[in-house]
Design a protein around this ligand. Structure first.
Ligand code: PRP
Length: 208
């Protein structure tokens, strides 16, 4: 049988995930000195780490080619999917917020507001709950530019330290929800490889 595969979100969550796995006693040398390699064995365990972009972590876990995933709640809320979300890993803490230029009153006037975001589903859900019609413009990165360039009235984006907003004359108007890294499990793997997955989850959970 192939090793248990853990899809790990590259970038922001990577360092914390590796630190957590090391605390749980896993040898992460291969991940720390990975170079450009994307699939890495975890010491002598029958486990492989697969490094992927956040949304792809969900895709690989949903399709069962990876059994376990580490991914932000932001990605889970935006893309959804069928899997078990079993642990809040505690790191990668930030929030989704509605932000705009300091002098903007988003509830003034009758015209529909335009919201720029990398997260159109999260944004739509947030405004649907308010019963507010809005237009959404999908932006791929540095969403803060959209209100500055007057393409949008506001943004829904991730706020961590708040410095990107501050340094660009924007401010949080409303919090949408909090976010942190989660562990997800493929539904079939949870049954078919229960013992291996339980053992892994237990070792990690003890360190939280
Ligand atoms: C995220 C987010 C904000 C920034 C917030 O972008 O979209 O731009 O971080 O962080 P702060 O509150 O600590 O300033 P990221 O750096 O992931 O890059 P991206 O815009 O290219 O997606």
């Amino acid at each position: 049988m192939r090793p248990i595969r853990i899809a790990l979100t590259k970038g922001r969550l990577e360092k914390n995930t590796v630190a957590l796995l090391e605390k749980a006693g896993y040898d992460c040398e291969s991940v720390k000195s990975k170079g450009r390699k994307l699939i890495l064995p975890l010491g002598n365990e029958n486990i492989e780490i697969v490094l992927a972009k956040a949304a792809d972590v969900i895709t690989y876990v949903e399709h069962g080619v990876c059994d376990i995933g580490v991914v932000g709640k932001d990605t889970i809320l935006e893309y959804g999917g069928t899997f078990y979300e079993i642990l809040d890993l505690g790191f990668g803490q930030c929030k989704f917020a509605l932000a705009a230029k300091k002098d903007t009153d988003l509830y003034a006037g009758f015209e529909n507001k335009v919201i720029a975001t990398k997260y159109p589903n999260v944004t739509k859900h947030f405004f649907d709950k308010k019963g507010m019609d809005i237009g959404i413009v999908k932006i791929e990165g540095s969403v803060e530019l959209a209100p500055l360039l007057e393409l949008a009235d506001a943004i829904v984006d991730i706020v961590e330290t708040g410095s990107t907003l501050r340094e660009n004359g924007l401010e949080v108007k409303e919090d949408v929800c909090t976010i942190s890294a989660r562990m997800i499990i493929n539904t079939a793997s949870m049954k078919l490889r229960k013992d291996e997955i339980d053992a892994f989850v237990k070792r990690v959970e003890e360190q939280l």
